[in-house]
Design a protein around this ligand. Structure first.
Ligand code: ATP
Ligand code: SF4
Ligand code: MG
Length: 311
């Protein structure tokens, strides 16, 4: 199989004061295939960033494991992780902090190449700038001379410098103007086509996700509640939470349906049974006691619900 990255039963907990534990990622198993774009979606605080960081070894899971290219990378020391780090890179939302303000962007892009003993560094920097749609001459300029969209292109170039197999992009367009967002989304699409780099694309914006994702995983309170082909999930949601997320997007052709009742429960004290049962419009008594696991539901789709909306 063409599995590049696999998470098995990942848990990420944060210890708070007073012996309390926050369950940021709870029993997540998922696969990322070579060259695919997988979107992680869900409301603020549902654990997307925690999961993304755990997947590429920026933080260790509390339990469970991560395999990259068939090798277990969770639990490795920083030193042992180093060769893998070059193959997985993160792109962050705030691109302004990623470059040293006192260095030209060419110098910053060259640095990891030098550290890794690569040859023909200037030619590689030129290639990178071509790939992200910037003129080669920008190598001699400083970070403050660029617009937000250009800086995000530079940030992507930086992530690509060592030729990774996987990018984890955490809200990479959220800080940008809508018109610029589309350009960066297109850039991600082009890069996947030309370089075959896989991408875990973290976003709360379903319209961005629709343009980007081969597959979608929807998270609620630290767990994946639904996963499947991008358009299938967006056009025929099987989980009531996915449907609620989609209903909350304003559309000209219909009035906004009533919002979900209540707030997202605390990840320090998550509800019993189905974690969504306190807000689910179709919850039954069983939902409060039995936790549904992710089960196959149609072709290539999994859903964690006792009463999925599509069979
Ligand atoms: N270092 C930390 N220590 C304690 N709690 C944390 C830490 N990092 C995140 N959390 C908590 O873990 C939960 C998941 O946070 P996370 O940042 O992963 O969510 P997210 O889906 O990325 O949210 P957002 O959309 O706002 O970026 C939240 O309740 C958050 O407050
Ligand atoms: S298991 Fe029950 S509460 Fe949970 S989403 Fe399905 S119907 Fe709603
Ligand atoms: Mg986040």
């Amino acid at each position: 199989m063409n599995v590049l990255l696999e998470a098995r039963r990942l848990e990420k907990q944060y210890k708070l004061g007073g012996g309390r534990v926050l369950h940021a990622v709870s029993d997540v198993s998922l696969q990322v295939h070579r060259g695919e774009a997988l979107a992680l979606v869900g409301e603020s605080g549902c654990g997307k960033s925690s999961l993304g960081r755990t997947l590429i070894g920026l933080t260790q899971p509390t339990s469970g494991e991560v395999l990259f290219d068939g090798h277990r990378i969770s639990g490795l020391s920083d030193h042992a992780l180093r060769p893998w780090r070059a193959r997985m890179q993160m792109v962050f939302q705030d691109s302004s902090a990623a470059f040293n303000p006192r260095r030209t962007v060419g110098e910053s892009l060259a640095e990891p190449l030098r550290i890794h003993g690569r040859k023909n560094i200037r030619a590689r920097v030129d290639d990178l700038l071509d790939q992200v749609g910037l003129a080669r001459s920008v190598a001699d300029r400083y970070p403050h001379e660029f617009s937000g969209g250009q800086r995000q292109r530079l940030n992507i170039a930086r992530a690509l410098v060592l030729g990774p197999d996987l990018l984890v992009a955490d809200e990479p367009v959220s800080a940008l103007d809508v018109s610029v967002q589309a350009q960066i989304v297109n850039l991600f699409r082009d890069l996947r086509a030309s370089l075959g780099v896989a991408c875990v694309f973290i976003s709360h914006d379903l319209s961005v996700v629709r343009q980007m994702a081969d597959r979608i995983a929807v998270m609620y309170l630290g767990s994946i509640v639904e996963e499947g082909d991008g358009l299938e999930v967006l056009d025929r949601p099987a989980h009531p939470y996915t449907k609620a997320l989609l209903d909350a997007v304003p559309r000209p052709d219909r009035p906004l349906p009533p919002p979900l009742k209540g707030d997202v429960p605390s990840p320090v004290n998550p509800p019993s049974g189905c974690r969504f049962h306190t807000r689910c419009p179709i919850a039954q008594p069983k939902c409060a006691t039995d936790r549904p696991s992710l089960q196959p539901c149609g072709v290539g789709r999994r859903v964690a619900c006792h009463y999925p909306l599509v069979a």
